[in-house]
Design a protein around this ligand. Structure first.
Ligand SMILES: Cc1cc2nc3c(=O)[nH]c(=O)nc-3n(C[C@H](O)[C@H](O)[C@H](O)COP(=O)(O)OP(=O)(O)OC[C@H]3O[C@@H](n4cnc5c(N)ncnc54)[C@H](O)[C@@H]3O)c2cc1C
Length: 401
């Protein structure tokens, strides 16, 4: 097999890249190791982080990202990321993504931790399934050739392109490729024996291949926790959590004596370490699964808001007999902050190879703001596709990015 562009992975980054590239040329192959869209992306809950679309609005978002991400955040990457969010989300909306709107038809913006103003847009608490549904449907309108159950196990530069090896022995020659294989948090959590929000996956396996190609890493080994893991609903490997956007509804985090542990709308790292410290200091409460946590006062969220805006969460609470109660929470491993180094156009040190999504590092530094995970994957999926098409010689057929 030979192709102009091979895309590996069908989370938000890979599907977005395939939809954008497939709108320009049909010389695109999408390879993914499970079913189409099986990914961390489809699990996303709270929403997308979208700046107010003015120079000042984008500047405020950048300042919030720098405050959360610290010195290792790559400001050039972050600036370009922010600049491309609105066009990317507009594209998704033109393909059918219906964001929550208020009574006047304006897009609802919600608050999350360490945000100076409400910027989270979403579809209730089901942004992942909504985005993946729209992308799958759009992909069906392109000529992209999709191969599911295709696990990439080797990648090597060859004359004017890349050779891609699959575990079943097949090989594909591609002039350009986009790696969108996500983050290795599930693997890391398993090794560390820590609870994790990510479903079981083999995303981490790609790291050895990319390292073998000499692609440098940024903040290697750096992971982020989601502070609101729902202890009394923990079952199976992938564990549910309360979307962080509840912090806009006045929830509090309380220890066993009812004392506030930390402001719920502080940054993820701050909330995570305050909860862990409270538990270590003996101020925690034991949950039904035997683990220790602190109270998150979901009873502060009006019932009408919970049942309308947090339908998925409300369903989990119902199934575990937690409706109308405060819940016990503790941090779960959630997101890979470190990753492989990409440049602003998503290229890397290997000619013809592009990176997109959680597999790449640098955009968030040491602290990712809520909503910036899926958004990162979508923005860079689009950018990587445009860069790869450019390298192939520009638009070939069709239109629409
Ligand atoms: C429970 C949960 C809630 C979240 N909520 C939010 C939220 O509200 N807002 C937000 O912004 N972010 C959220 N995130 C984070 C966000 O979903 C992810 O960061 C983002 O979607 C990652 O997208 P991706 O496309 O880079 O990777 P993934 O979605 O992980 O996709 C990787 C793809 O690559 C495939 N793959 C891996 N290795 C190979 C291989 N060797 N060969 C072929 N295919 C391979 C995988 O099967 C998969 O299809 C959440 C994450 C979780 C787990």
């Amino acid at each position: 097999m030979t192709t102009g562009l091979a895309i590996v992975g069908s989370g938000a980054a890979g599907l977005m890249a395939a939809c954008v590239a497939g709108g320009i040329t049909s010389d695109v192959v999408l390879l993914t190791d499970g079913g189409l869209g099986r990914s961390n992306s489809v699990m996303a809950q709270g929403g997308l982080h979208v700046p107010i679309d003015t120079p000042d609005g984008r500047r405020r978002m950048l300042l919030d990202m720098i405050a959360a991400g610290g010195p290792s955040l790559d400001q050039r990457l972050a600036r370009r990321f922010i600049d491309e969010i609105v066009p990317t989300v507009d594209l998704l909306r033109s393909w059918g993504l219906a964001l929550d709107v208020d009574d006047n038809g304006g897009i609802v913006r919600r608050l999350a931790g360490a945000m100076s103003e409400p910027r989270i847009v979403g579809t209730g608490d089901r942004i992942g399934p909504s985005v993946i549904r729209v992308l799958r449907s759009r992909l069906g309108q392109t000529g992209v050739s999709v191969t599911t159950g295709a696990t990439v196990c080797g990648l090597s530069p060859v004359n004017s392109g890349l050779s891609i090896e699959l575990t079943d022995g097949r090989r594909l020659r591609a002039r350009t490729a986009i790696i969108a294989t996500g983050g290795g948090t599930h693997h890391h959590a398993k090794l560390a024996g820590e609870p994790c929000t990510n479903p079981a996956n083999r995303n981490f396996d790609m790291s050895a291949i990319l390292s073998g190609l000499g692609i440098p890493t940024v903040d290697e080994g750096m992971y982020q926790w989601q502070p609101f893991g729902l202890l009394d609903a923990a079952s199976g490997a992938s564990r549910p959590c309360v979307p962080e956007s509840v912090v806009g509804h006045g929830v509090r985090i309380l220890d066993r004596d009812g004392a506030e542990v930390v402001a719920a709308n502080a940054g993820r790292a701050e909330v995570t370490s305050a909860i862990k410290n409270a538990v270590d200091d003996g101020r925690g409460i034991r949950a039904s699964n035997g683990e220790w946590g602190v109270w998150l006062t979901l009873t502060d969220v009006p019932e009408r808001v919970l049942s309308n805006e947090f339908k998925h969460l409300a369903g989990i609470l119902r199934r575990h007999d937690l409706t109308g109660r405060d819940v016990l929470v503790a941090p779960y491993l959630h997101y890979q902050l470190g990753g492989f180094k990409m440049f602003e156009d998503c290229s890397c040190v290997v000619p013809g190879l592009y990176l997109a999504g959680e597999v790449a590092g640098g955009v968030h530094g040491h602290g990712r703001l809520m909503g910036n995970g899926l958004t990162d994957s979508l923005v860079h999926g689009r950018r990587a596709a445009l860069s790869a098409i450019d390298r192939l010689g520009g638009p070939v057929s069709g239109a629409g990015q």
